[in-house]
Design a protein around this ligand. Structure first.
Ligand code: SF4
Length: 292
């Protein structure tokens, strides 16, 4: 007997990841989508992304997160963030904070804009060993700049080993004045998968419920962790609302929930980018930090 899975209304999706690129200056060991210097911006054009933003706002999305890869390396990312803010959407930019151009600082001080980043250690060598580049000083300097400018900021500390100076990193950030800090673990996707098969068991169980992601090639997925392997439709050929409310999304939601009901990722407290913005790709944890 065929099981019919009821589709949710597109209006139930309040949070959308704009997963802009696989290009990044860094090459972090646990990167959940294997981004790096050789990555590309995919096939989505500026017009495609602008149309997705319009469609998202029309169907009830209230928050978007620009992510990748390093989203600020995408040539249209600043214009897309500006457009999203102009549509009345909250915009979080999930960046490695290696290089933040002046135009970004101006945008980040606008109402509705905020910043998220990943951090690995209070010791530069340990942080740099994860990112594959000497990035610690730049990221830390830009964390301090964000605090100075009053840009809303949250930081996900991603624990890649049991000996990593996670506690010290947290203490350092708290002393600087960072209020929103989560401790995250590595997701079994991208380079973090270490060759193991990709499936929904590493997801938090809430993916696709109230949230969805659009990949650099236009694929819609339940979340950023599944953007490269769980396409549910493509916004280059199908309206976003039709994909969000379609049968493929409903079936993916049911599969993810059934794994979560059996235990799923037991270390995961869930990903909640909708309620309080606590979601960072690549590496989530207590509150889902997708990427880093
Ligand atoms: S984890 Fe983030 S900063 Fe690191 S390579 Fe991936 S996209 Fe770049």
């Amino acid at each position: 007997m065929t099981t019919i899975v009821a589709a949710s209304p597109a209006q139930d999706t309040h949070f959308l990841w704009l997963d802009l690129t696989r290009k990044c200056q860094l090459q972090c060991g646990p990167c959940f989508n294997s981004s790096g210097p050789e990555g590309t911006h995919g096939t989505m054009t500026r017009g495609d992304w602008l149309r997705v933003l319009d469609q998202a706002a029309d169907c009830g999305v209230r928050r978007v997160q620009l992510i990748g890869g390093e989203p600020t390396l995408h040539p249209d990312s600043l214009a897309l963030a500006d457009s999203a803010l102009s549509l009345g959407l909250y915009v979080e930019v999930y960046t490695n904070l290696v290089h933040v151009a002046d135009g970004w600082w101006a945008l980040l001080q606008r109402e509705g804009a905020s910043l998220a980043t990943s951090y690995y250690s209070d010791q530069a060598d340990e942080h740099n060993a994860v990112t594959g580049r000497p990035s610690h000083a730049r990221t830390l300097a830009n964390i301090k700049k964000a605090l100075r400018l009053g840009v809303p900021l949250r930081v996900g500390i991603v624990a890649t080993t049991s000996t990593q100076r996670v506690t010290e990193a947290r203490q350092e950030l708290e002393a600087l004045g960072v209020k929103r800090i989560s401790i995250d673990h590595v997701r079994p996707y991208g380079r973090g998968a270490h060759g193991q098969a990709l499936d929904v068991s590493g997801l938090c169980g809430r993916c696709g419920t109230g949230r969805a992601a659009v990949s650099p090639d236009g694929n819609v997925a339940p979340c950023v962790f599944s953007a490269d392997w769980l396409g549910l439709g493509n916004v280059q050929s199908t309206p976003l609302a039709a994909i969000l409310s379609g049968p493929a999304m409903a079936e993916a939601q049911a599969a993810i929930r059934s794994v979560a009901a059996k235990g799923g990722d037991e270390d995961d407290d869930g990903c909640d980018p909708v309620g309080d913005g606590e979601c960072s790709p690549g590496y989530p944890s207590s509150s889902c930090s997708p990427r880093n």
